[in-house]
Design a binder for this molecule. Structure first.
Ligand code: UAG
Ligand code: ATP
Length: 489
């Protein structure tokens, strides 16, 4: 494709010369190590590296032209200066891959919690009822039934456009993170439907304030197609604000919440066998969640509201919801032979912990023993709230290491001890090694107790642990199959 077509709708600092305009490029990349002969290399000043430092490598590997934000350096090949390289990457990919979101039904889900669960529910509902569905999100990408590992919740613009172009599925359901929006990964995508699940204290290390975090999430809804629809959980105050803002702009908004003003009005929440009555246009329907917890009831209703608008009947939804197998690492329950229930959950905000721990209570847990920690280099301001929630709801908690990232083990252990002394209420201990913390929790529990392990879900450990396991699930399996593994604390 020639540069004129690739740069359609991209503002360049200077108009393209005729030599540049007619230049044919065979592909696009922003990674110098992936350049092949004839590619366009787009230099991005990133969070850790600056692509402009890798321009010479790109040329050596055969790049046909370079785009960057810096004033034109002296190069042996054409260089085009733009104001924003990340945005340019997205538009170049959109043009190169033939604007794939125009040709598909694209559904975007944003919010702090519930994106992955809701996206899996939607894929299930579509596919059980005759529509094939691609999935793009945290756990994996699934395109035309092929599982493609995912690096980010929302992939880079280039990857995203490639995935959309590859998809032959009827519908694409994708998770949209605030980082993804901020870094122009969804720039140019047009959505048929956007969902807002909730907004809780998270990622303030990146966004600074809840207002800034909200404003970033709200950008997604500017990318609705002309006849697109927003589906918003107004039980959440930020959701209510978003719904009002969008209605003022004339967007079609389907609100979901317990207030009678909502398009889908919810009443009679049942926690033990989670179900809720949904009233829409005067008609009542009972929606039963296939997963434990009030939070999953919300996720189920959001999926119900969406699938219905895209061709799945209410009866089909009711029949196929119970067949949903759940999502790995999201309230994943194992009943041990001794009557203890172990739950592995991905909660890493105080609200998620609240929902997760109260879900276990609603199922009749005798004692709740909670194992959790905090990621190194991530929002530190949420830690005390998380600890407070656990120290109020659980009977005992064990603070342990989550991903340390660049923090040293001793520094994190010190942080956990300090937090425990200042904000715990004498229910907690610190066991730094995650596998030993889980072992301790399981060995100190008895029939009727629930051990809740949060933070990692199905993710692999980033550190080596003493029991030589690689995930919370593996640790639980090892401990339960080898009862002789006594705690070594
Ligand atoms: C910190 C951060 O957000 N980084 C994201 C960002 O990376 P970046 O482009 O700034 O990367 P960089 O390493 O600084 O490199 C800059 C440029 O130099 C280029 N380069 C670099 C080296 C080289 O030899 N040659 C070269 O050309 C790179 O290809 C890149 O174009 O843009 C990349 C492409 O879009 C992302 O993959 C990457 O996500 C990293 C892996 C990450 O961990 N991000 C997290 C914070 C994140 O985005 N999380 C959200 C979910 C949050 C949630 O839980 O809700 C997500 O959507 O995943
Ligand atoms: N609707 C909800 N409200 C509050 N908490 C929820 C909700 N849904 C899920 N959770 C909690 O959040 C955790 C993560 O859920 P899920 O993976 O579906 O969300 P996510 O938005 O994709 O999260 P992330 O962005 O961190 O990947 C769950 O394990 C659960 O503890």
């Amino acid at each position: 494709m020639n540069l004129t077509d690739i740069l359609y709708k991209v503002a360049t600092t200077l108009p393209l010369t005729s030599e540049q305009a007619n230049l044919f490029v065979s592909g696009i990349t922003d990674n110098s190590s992936e350049v092949t002969d004839g590619d366009l290399f787009i230099a991005i000043k990133g969070v850790n590296q600056d692509g402009h430092d890798h321009i010479q490598t790109a040329i050596q590997k055969g790049a046909a032209a370079i785009i960057g934000e810096q004033i034109a350096p002296l190069l042996s090949i054409p260089y085009i200066q733009v104001e924003n390289s990340r945005k340019t990457l997205a538009w170049a990919a959109k043009n190169f891959y033939g604007d794939p979101s125009q040709r598909k039904t694209v559904i975007g889900i944003t919010g702090t919690n519930g994106k992955t669960t809701t996206s899996f529910l939607l894929k299930h509902l579509f596919e059980e009822n005759g529509q094939s569905c691609s999935l793009i999100g945290t756990i994996q990408n699934v395109i035309n039934d092929e599982v493609i590992p995912s690096r980010n919740t929302t992939p880079s613009a280039l990857t995203l456009y490639k995935l959309l172009a590859k998809s032959k599925d009827d519908v694409v359901v994708m998770e949209v993170s605030s980082h993804g929006i901020d870094q122009y990964r969804i720039e140019g995508i047009e959505f048929d439907c956007c969902l807002f699940t909730n907004l809780h204290h998270e990622h303030l290390d990146y966004h600074g304030t809840m207002e800034a975090y909200f404003e970033k999430k709200a950008v997604l809804f500017n990318q609705l197609k002309e006849n697109g629809v927003a589906i918003i959980n107004t039980e959440d105050d930020w959701g209510e604000k978003l719904a009002m803002d969008l209605k003022h702009k004339g967007t079609t908004v389907i609100t979901v919440g317990s207030n009678k003003e909502n398009v889908l009005c919810l009443k009679d929440f049942q926690a033990q066998n989670p179900s809720v009555t949904v009233i829409e246009s005067g008609e009542e329907a009972t929606v039963t969640s296939p997963m434990v917890g009030i939070h999953n009831l919300y996720n189920t209703v959001m999926a119900y509201a969406t699938a219905y608008r895209f061709g799945v009947t209410k009866q089909q939804i009711t029949h196929t919801l119970p067949l949903f197998a759940g999502v790995g690492g999201r309230f994943e329950m194992t009943k041990l032979p001794n009557g203890v229930t172990v739950v592995i959950d991905y909660a890493h905000t105080s609200d998620a912990l609240y929902y997760c721990l109260t879900a276990a209570r609603s199922q009749g847990a005798t004692k709740l023993i909670h194992v959790f920690g905090f990621r190194g280099d991530r929002d530190e301001s949420k830690r005390t709230d998380m600890l407070r929630v656990s120290s109020i709801i659980s009977d005992r908690y064990i603070l342990t290491h989550d991903d340390l990232n660049s923090v040293s083990p001793s520094e994190m252990t010190h942080t956990l001890e300090k937090l425990n002394q200042s904000f715990g209420n004498e229910k907690g201990i610190v066991v730094p090694d995650r596998s030993l913390a889980i072992q301790h929790a399981i060995h100190s529990s008895s029939s009727g107790d629930w051990v809740i392990i949060t933070g990692k879900g199905i993710e692999s450990y980033k550190q080596v642990v003493q029991l030589e396991t690689n995930s919370d699930k593996e640790t639980v399996q090892l401990i339960t199959h080898h009862q002789e593994l006594r705690p070594n604390l």
